[in-house]
Design a protein around this ligand. Sequence first.
Ligand code: SF4
Length: 471
Amino acid sequence: MFNIHIPQAKNKYEFDELLKVFLKSDEYRLMGSEEEIGTDDSENTNGRDDVIFVPVFTEISTDSGKKEKEIKNQIKRFLYKELQHITGETPDWGILTGVRPVKLAGELLQREGSAEKARKLLIEEYYLTREKAQLLMDIVAYQSRLLQISPREAVGLYIGIPFCPTRCVYCSFPSNQGKAEHIAAYLEALHREISYVSERMKQKGWYPESVYIGGGTPTTLTERQLDGLLKHVTEAFDLSHLREFTVEAGRPDTITAGKLEAIKKYNVQRISINPQSMKVQTLDRIGRAHRPEDIVEAFRLARAAGIPMINTDVIAGLPGEDVEDFVDTLEQVLALEPENITVHTLALKRASRLKEIDSEFNYKQGKRVRAMLARAKEMLDCAGYEPYYLYRQKQMTGNFENVGYAKGDTAGIYNIRIMEEAQTIIALGAGGITKVFYPEENRLERIPNVSNFEIYIERLEEMLQRKEENL
Ligand code: SF4
């Protein structure tokens, strides 16, 4: 057991994510500014605990915000070096534990004025590997080629359908296996929120740059319900500036020719068809009811319906899979020629069933996932895909990343904007978190909807009131 004492830590849990990359959760104990170092002989085979004492660092900056960040980074660098020495591990993302490393790379580029200098800082001050630093700089370059700064009036719209046919074993989203009457009641409330938000946006002179219908699985809706939802969205908002309209179809077992027809009718250009894995045993293990052939068939239907852009999600690190299984999935996916491929790393949050079954699963899978992600990068580079957005999550296997790849200029604008945090995103439906961007202060203000869909229906007036007061 390591007792790690950080006397300057105001919130010791900020360092937990970094420690978890090196050590299992029962191998260390964190102590902040208030705590004394204790030892517990029973927990160490040597008869005593090991102590890592982080020194007190001097503040250089005069700006209090920067001061805090500098000290945090110094503490992280110290811990990284110590633990690298003890464990022999060299994590790819160095001391970075945040969700948006691309944002940091963009800020460094702006500050330093050259990609080379920014890349160097990522390696020397944040301890990223050369590959990850280069990946970030490539993504920053792609994004600045594709997108300008968003005008204030242009917003992203997110509409959530929190229902799925079954629940995946790794799921931590608000996904419900709702009965028909529940879904109908939910849609009634959602339609009211759409009407309200469209009016509010018109009053403010705002318009959607992108519309993203996500979930859950929006194609869990019946053909009629989906048609009704798309019709309402199309009529309610001023779509004259719209650059992107997405419906996450996701589960192939929910996709029908009729739903694709509705999607096409309302000019949705992007859908996703997500295999996650093309291995039957894995699909069974993770609680997905579809087969690999269903993915192929969903692609055929979508192409026949004339959907121009398809994204497919795959996951590295699924239980029971080795590198060959993952490569085989990628080969099968590449043969379908989707415009975008998103390579996720399995993230197990507390709300997932798999986390309940094996609490150390993330920690154990690290090395295998590293090899899977490296193969994915190689194969996708080779097939002409470029990485265009990246984000990380807490509790991610091996502390890795999710990367969206695109062929040509087919990158998903909404995906980039949500990670950039420089545009207002209005989220409708249960679990939606609206983020209003204030450019003068470079600040986001959050307006959350409740995540339970039944409570959302019950308390819809309150959700609308929150938007009334804060939008
Ligand atoms: S499809 Fe997505 S939202 Fe639905 S259960 Fe699976 S992980 Fe959760």
